[in-house]
Design a protein around this ligand. Structure first.
Ligand code: FEO
Length: 397
């Protein structure tokens, strides 16, 4: 079936939606699905840009055949070798045995390792071009956005940047493919969750890619996941720029663990006090009920955090520990942070939080508050003071 979705004359969108996979990379929940985007340029030489994930291979190859109408597929450009984009390669080779695979030296390390050696390959370097007839495709090396081999391909005729994972997003494309066909603001949270969890560790590399691309006259952004931007490319560019610099906005994410509700009570009280002190946005998460990817995405947005934990086996509550590990792995830049918790008979939760916040090198505001079994009048008075102090820091930005 040829859906005939065109980015421009002879440039086709060949993406597929995945609403079945519950976790991307077998890690990150997909409550609203995801799309795997690939593109086909049907010039004198035909060029496929990336493929799709393995389970969608049949419909993908069938659409290529419908568009090419018996003509052979000459090239496949592998901007990114991760199997969500290279999964259809081996099947594609069965349909097009003479197909030439285009990638850089690192690309072939991955492809050879995943799928075996290839006979027909074209190894390109940063800045090289591929002439397809009416078009020139230029390759830009953008390592670690998201893997070491990642590169982008620029169609100089129509100004289309095939950007790989960069500018990508979770959430399927429901009928609309282009930014002007969608309520694009509905993608912001899932785009930030995608960025912070998948690419977020490599912010410096994203910034390097921005430098590499600064003089490239981009008119359209065609990523491997999510909407194609043609009306307002700045919508995506400014967000990726901001997120890769970890530029935050005033607001507080309250993350708590709680077995029987006592720490939760403190966290909720604290959240109320933050609002009373004028913090514009406060989000509260039960760390045991929320997947860390959502909390990480929220913390990526705001400059304030509250961490609250009971003692558990003389240490931190496991679900709270899990999200702090994500902050550490990504070496997230400093946030203003307040610490709360309960100690019961042993203590250990708040002590661990103090240590981890020091390790994160975040700005701990005031002193941590540790109630015994549940917060008493004195503990709540301390919360009043600490919430005001945190609000002041958050609002000063
Ligand atoms: Fe969408 Fe890094 O793969």
């Amino acid at each position: 079936m040829n859906r005939n979705i065109k980015l421009s004359e002879n440039v086709y969108y060949l993406g597929v939606n995945d609403r079945r996979t519950s976790r991307f990379e077998n890690l990150w929940p997909l409550p609203q699905g995801v799309s795997y985007n690939a593109y086909l340029i049907n010039d004198k030489k035909s060029v496929l840009i990336d493929t799709v994930e393995l389970s969608n291979t049949d419909s993908f190859i069938s659409e290529i055949k419908d568009i090419l109408q018996g003509k052979k597929l000459d090239y496949i450009v592998v901007n990114h070798a991760e199997p969500d984009h290279s999964g259809a390669l081996t099947s594609l080779l069965k349909s097009y045995p003479d197909l030439c695979i285009v990638g850089n030296r690192n690309t072939f390390k991955f492809l050879d390792g995943f799928y075996g050696e290839w006979n027909n390959k074209l190894i390109i370097d940063h800045g090289d071009i591929l002439e397809t007839g009416d078009r020139i495709l230029r390759f830009y090396s953008t390592p670690m956005v998201h893997w070491p081999e990642t590169m982008m391909t620029f169609d100089e005729k129509d100004g289309i940047l095939f950007s790989g994972d960069a500018f990508g997003s979770f959430k399927s494309l429901d009928g609309g493919i282009f930014d002007d066909e969608l309520n694009i603001d509905c993608y912001e949270n899932e785009m930030r969750r995608y960025y912070s969890n998948i690419v977020g560790k490599y912010g410096k590399n994203v910034q390097r890619a921005f430098t590499v691309l600064k003089d490239v006259p981009i008119k359209m952004l065609a990523s491997t996941h999510g909407p194609v931007f043609r009306k307002d490319i700045n919508w995506a560019l400014t967000r990726y720029d901001k997120w890769s610099r970890e530029e935050t906005q005033p607001g507080v994410v309250v993350i708590y663990g709680s077995m029987y509700g006592h720490t939760e009570e403190m966290a909720d009280y604290f959240a109320r006090k933050l609002k009373e002190a004028g913090v514009p946005e406060v989000e509260v998460y039960d760390a045991s009920e929320t997947h860390p990817s959502f909390m990480l995405s929220a913390v990526w947005k705001y400059n304030g955090v509250v961490l609250a934990s009971p003692a558990y086996n003389n240490a931190l509550f496991p679900s709270v520990k899990q999200i702090i590990d994500k902050f550490l792995e990504r070496k997230m830049v400093s946030r203003h942070v307040a610490i709360l918790g309960t100690s019961t008979w042993s203590g250990g939760g708040v002590k661990s939080l103090n240590k981890l916040v020091e390790e994160l090198d975040w700005d701990q505001v005031g002193s941590s508050i540790e109630a015994k079994y549940s917060a008493d009048k004195n503990d709540y008075e301390l919360c009043d003071i600490l919430a005001k102090e945190l609000a002041e820091k958050v609002l000063k930005k």
